[in-house]
Design a protein around this ligand. Structure first.
Ligand code: FE2
Ligand code: FE2
Length: 243
């Protein structure tokens, strides 16, 4: 049960492909870096593949897709991976070493490319740095990509916002994240993010990238001082989850 997919440019040649799922009451956002070697971040769920495909088709011929990145092994992150591999003959999944070895070695229909922490994927004009962020937001294999060309951090489930908000916001993202974490405490999805000995350092490392755009999977992307937002989130997470 999804509404129509909308496409918005959130940074130069970076597009947010958003599908609102009425059943879950949240958006599932995918991001396309339109470049010589087009890069899709998150495949979307398998059952939403046609909606995501329609969104990508507004931007490129989907058979041209070259790279499929994601953060951690979950249906909204990479559930439609094999559907994408079948429509894009030159496409390859790209993820961290744990994801490639433990999950995709069996799940993916084609061999993935594994990146080490800090390694850079060049897609043409864009340079995407891979950061292994174990258990942030969750999952041993979790990682994020940072587009050094535009200062965009693909931050997956961080800064979760429910509902069907606008594509971009420029304020209030830390408060929204706080509210979401507090709301989750009353429901079955509590414990989505563990607090480990590395959590604070990982969030501070992301802040150190000084991102100008935070591309969030659920809710509005953020344009502004990403360092301040991530340090704010680190404080909220420490207060609400870490103590
Ligand atoms: Fe997730
Ligand atoms: Fe997600």
């Amino acid at each position: 049960m999804t509404s129509e997919t909308r496409v918005d440019e959130i940074a130069p040649e970076i597009y947010r492909i958003s599908t609102f799922h009425e059943g879950f009451g949240i958006q599932f956002n995918q991001f396309l870096v339109r470049d010589d070697e087009p890069f899709l971040f998150h495949t979307g769920m398998r059952r939403m593949f046609q909606a995501t495909l329609a969104g990508v088709s507004k931007l490129i011929d989907p058979s041209r897709l070259r790279w499929i990145g994601y953060s951690h092994f979950e249906p909204d992150e990479c559930g439609a991976l094999n559907e994408w591999l079948s429509v894009a003959p030159h496409a390859q999944a790209v993820c961290g070493q744990v994801g490639a070895m433990v999950m995709l070695s069996d799940f993916a229909d084609r061999e993935p490319r594994a990146l080490a922490d800090g390694e850079t994927l060049v897609t043409g004009r864009h340079r995407l740095r891979y950061l292994w962020t174990p258990h942030v937001p969750h999952g041993w294999d979790a990682g994020m990509f940072f587009d050094q060309t535009t200062g965009t951090l693909f931050c997956t489930d961080l800064f979760f916002q429910p509902g069907n908000p606008a594509p971009i916001r420029d304020s209030g993202i830390v408060e929204a994240a706080r509210e979401s974490i507090q709301t989750a405490h009353a429901g079955p999805l509590v414990k989505d993010m563990p607090y480990t000995t590395d959590t604070d350092a990982t969030l501070r490392r992301l802040a150190g990238l000084r991102p100008e755009v935070l591309a969030t999977m659920h809710g509005s992307s953020f344009r502004g001082d990403g360092q301040e937002a991530l340090l704010g989130l680190a404080g909220v997470v420490k207060e609400l989850i870490g103590s």
